[in-house]
Design a protein around this ligand. Structure first.
Ligand SMILES: C[S@@+](CC[C@H](N)C(=O)[O-])C[C@H]1O[C@@H](n2cnc3c(N)ncnc32)[C@H](O)[C@@H]1O
Length: 260
């Protein structure tokens, strides 16, 4: 199991009924549209890692792609029902699929930041490589790391109206236990009927730089085919980087990467 995975799973199990109102609404870009555009010419099988409530998977399935998802959180998978695509409870560090069985693998919504050290990142990327056919695509995105204060101060993220009542979230950041890692604590308050519910989630992340991530992918035998900022809609100070990598075939030579 990946370091920290049990804690992350418990957080998502708790959050699952509210995920679409929480992180599902916090994505400021059409990431699902970007992933779909990169898969236009794919006719085979597509695997989404950390598919959660199906925010992206649903779009891909509706477009006719042969997509399936995996996720550790039973709660998040339950939140994706009813669904028209297969989904499996599994860890991204142990993909239960035969070698070369997918044409594309997605690692979306900065999922790689749950790989807390180089060894775990390499293990996950190695599994992606194993289940991709030669020439298959790895599609991924990452938050751009920001120099945020690790001062333990709670800051308001948002207050939103949901079907269950008013959801308010505060966040604070602390230094992590591992090099370059951070602890993120999110305090939630749902005020509705019946009553008020409050809980706090705690997890560790490793905010990889674009360069670190690219180097890890290249080391594992991927070729950079496309780089994008903010899913092709870059502003002044991009929040996300995303990539299309190709799994090397024996005769592959690295093409020049393009930037959108
Ligand atoms: C931010 S959510 C993204 C969900 C969905 N891909 C989306 O974009 O809305 C991250 C998801 O990854 C899952 N996850 C985190 N660590 C995982 C692991 N080690 N193995 C499998 N799933 C994991 C969580 O349970 C959660 O559903």
């Amino acid at each position: 199991m990946m370091p920290g995975a049990a804690e992350v799973e418990a957080n998502y199990d708790r959050l699952a009924p509210l995920y679409e109102a929480d992180m599902g609404q916090s994505m400021a870009f059409d990431d699902a549209g970007w992933y779909l555009a990169q898969l236009q010419d794919v006719s085979g099988r597509v695997l989404e890692l950390g598919c959660g409530s199906g925010r992206i998977t649903r779009r891909l399935a509706a477009a006719g792609l042969g997509v399936m998802g995996i996720d550790r959180s039973a709660g998040m998978l339950a939140a994706s029902a009813p669904r028209t695509w297969p989904a499996l409870r599994a860890d991204i560090a142990a993909l239960p699929f035969v070698n070369g069985s997918f044409d594309a693998v997605l690692l979306p919504y900065s999922l790689a930041t749950y790989c807390l050290d180089e060894e775990t990142l390499a293990r996950v990327l190695g599994k992606c490589r194993r289940v991709l056919r030669p020439g298959g695509r790895l599609l991924a995105d990452l938050f751009v790391p920001r120099p945020l204060p690790l001062d333990g101060q709670w800051r308001l993220d948002y207050e939103r109206q949901t079907a269950g009542g008013t959801l308010t979230r505060w966040k604070r950041l602390l230094p992590g236990d591992l090099p370059a890692s951070r602890r993120i604590e999110r305090r939630y308050r749902l005020a509705g009927n019946p009553g008020v519910h409050e809980w706090t989630s705690r997890e560790s992340i490793r905010p990889w730089t674009a360069r670190e991530f690219e180097e890890a992918c290249v080391e594992l035998g991927f070729i950079i085919a496309l780089r994008a900022a903010d899913f092709g809609r870059p502003g002044q100070d991009p929040c996300f980087r995303s990539w299309v990598f190709r799994r090397e075939t024996k005769r592959s030579r690295a093409p020049e990467a393009t930037r959108t």
